[in-house]
Ligand binder design. Sequence first.
Ligand code: NAP
Length: 259
Amino acid sequence: MIHDAGAKSAPAPGVVVVTGGGRGIGAATARLAARRGYAVCVNFLAHRAAADATVAAIVRDGGRAIAVAADVAKEADVVRLFDEARARLGPVTALVNNAGILERQMRLDEMPVERFQRIFATNVIGAILCAREAVRRMSTRHGGSGGAIVNVSSVAATLGAPGEYVDYAASKGAIESLTIGLAREVAAEGIRVNAVRPGVIYTDIHASGGEPGRVERVKASLPMGRGGDPEEVARAILWLLGEEASYSTGTFIDVSGGR
Ligand code: NAP
């Protein structure tokens, strides 16, 4: 049996849900996915104008996209997100679990418990909920035709982010366990599950940490001497989503300039 994707005509990429797709890495991923032929469901939480702008850019380029407000930490919102993607774009074939948050840089012994709950609600429960809904729709076990999930972890999962946000780093560690376990669980059901580990990327997330200029501060310490662009992460995500990665599951790509 030939598994070489190039030996047969590639199937249409289908429909991708990108959580947190209005800004930063998610927006770059949504735009690149559309250029690769996906219809894109751009999820957002609060910044509707940014999500609408991402959709408008895709449509201007001849692609298909919709913006859907949903809090990934809320089960009813996540179910509605996937239902709406299905109803307006077609059967969902891919998920990019990108939505993520961090909070102000500080030591663990200064952090209130409510902060842990917020970080884990979005970064961990959100990603697990979205993965569950994707599996329920894509798994051949449930009558689906398979698909791919890419989780957005962070190099913080392995470096730990001491003195900045070890809670965030721990949440990304959970994403990595999810990636490994779910990949094996659904490997025989037509679904691949992989992850990317971005390093220090130019997005708004650093402002949430209280240091909008963080990339400029740390870039000289990185082996490549520069921060990354969201598009550079998007390219790795799209590779893992697509047929080129047809025999890869439960694996990770570092997009971190050698860090
Ligand atoms: P960003 O520019 O701050 O964007 C975060 C996105 O997540 C926004 O679109 C936001 O929606 C969405 N979001 C947050 N909470 C949500 C929720 N509860 N439900 C739905 N959407 C939610 O961040 P980014 O840097 O692009 O980060 C994207 C991912 O990359 C995150 O998982 C982050 O941990 C990871 N990452 C980033 C870096 C980096 O250096 N930038 C490094 C490693 C990993 P709204 O637009 O509506 O607010």
